[in-house]
Ligand binder design. Structure first.
Ligand code: AMP
Ligand code: ZN
Ligand code: FE
Ligand code: FE
Length: 275
């Protein structure tokens, strides 16, 4: 029995609706799913309702963007109350800041002679989510670049001519928001940003409850290393495909092996802390 605890819908930077993602999970015979949109809880209710209809288990999820000395540090929250007001307000501010950033990126593109406009960007983001992937897609669709990747290579990559820094949370703050909303905080895909395993041990001390062990960007040896570390430090393990559906190159839902026991332990811990 496998699960997928890291997927994105069109409420952030994915392509599919939450309901469609659950359908895909069901078709892949997964037994549980968690939708983890960036900075948004809007798809959670649909995901949980659809999972119930199709006989899958589901828990709420979110992926927050924090920063650790200039590196992207993503944090997964599981089991948060999607109606928690403090968390919702924080996410609302976060999204506003992202929209302002989108306009700044467009200004920089204009300065570089690229006349992409806001409507063209909104056309690729039905639910109003806005990040660099949307702008890249709009650049591609409107013929400013020949491939999606070229948009990053020429303009949008970190330090590129149209790069604008994203507002990010302090990791400790993100963990506190998740805990206050009744959830568990996980270090997302540590293999993509940690310098060494010692650093991950230091990170855990910020109050994390778990590590995302299984992720498409982790090698088998990283996965084994993180799983051992989680056991040694008595924290939970999670995993997922990080499916977005944007480029067609994503790991499909159900292709990554993520055992049900990860989900089960998380569910049990949530029951313990919320009773
Ligand atoms: P944002 O959160 O708006 O800064 O966008 C971050 C996302 O942009 C990442 O999750 C990647 O999907 C994509 N991205 C960032 N840098 C690159 C790059 N150099 N090449 C391709 N995609 C990238
Ligand atoms: Zn994403
Ligand atoms: Fe991430
Ligand atoms: Fe993600």
């Amino acid at each position: 029995m496998n699960v997928d605890m890291h997927v994105h819908s069109a409420h952030s930077d994915g392509v599919q609706s939450p309901g469609k993602l659950v359908e895909m999970a069901a078709e892949s015979r997964l037994s549980a799913i968690s939708l983890t949109d960036h900075d948004s809880l809007e798809g959670v209710a649909e995901c949980i309702a659809e999972a119930e209809k199709r006989g899958l288990e589901a828990i709420s999820g979110v992926e927050l963007s924090a920063e650790l000395d200039d590196r992207d540090f993503h944090i997964l929250g599981y089991g948060i109350d999607p109606k928690d007001e403090k968390l919702q307000n924080m996410l609302g501010q976060f999204r506003e800041t992202r929209i302002k950033r989108g306009y700044k990126i467009l200004e920089k593109l204009h300065a570089a002679g690229i006349s992409l406009d806001a409507e063209q960007v909104m056309a690729v983001s039905p639910d109003g989510a806005l990040g660099r992937p949307h702008i890249a897609k709009a650049l591609f669709k409107n013929g400013f670049v020949k491939t999606y990747q070229e948009a990053f290579d020429r303009f949008l990559a970190d330090g590129g001519p149209a790069y604008v820094k994203k507002f990010k949370l302090d990791p400790g703050e993100a963990v506190d928001y998740i805990h206050a909303a009744g959830g568990l905080a996980f270090v997302a895909h540590p293999g993509t940003f940690i310098r060494n395993i010692g650093e991950l041990v230091e990170i855990l001390a910020m109050g994390f409850d778990g590590i995302e062990v299984a992720h498409p960007n982790h090698s088998n040896s990283q996965r084994a290393e993180f799983e051992t570390l989680a056991a040694e430090h008595n924290v939970l393990a999670s995993g997922g495909s990080d499916y977005h559906g944007f480029t067609g190159k994503d790991t499909p839902i159900g292709k990554l092996e993520v055992p049900y026991r990860y989900f089960e332990s998380i569910k049990e811990r949530l029951q313990e802390i919320n009773t």
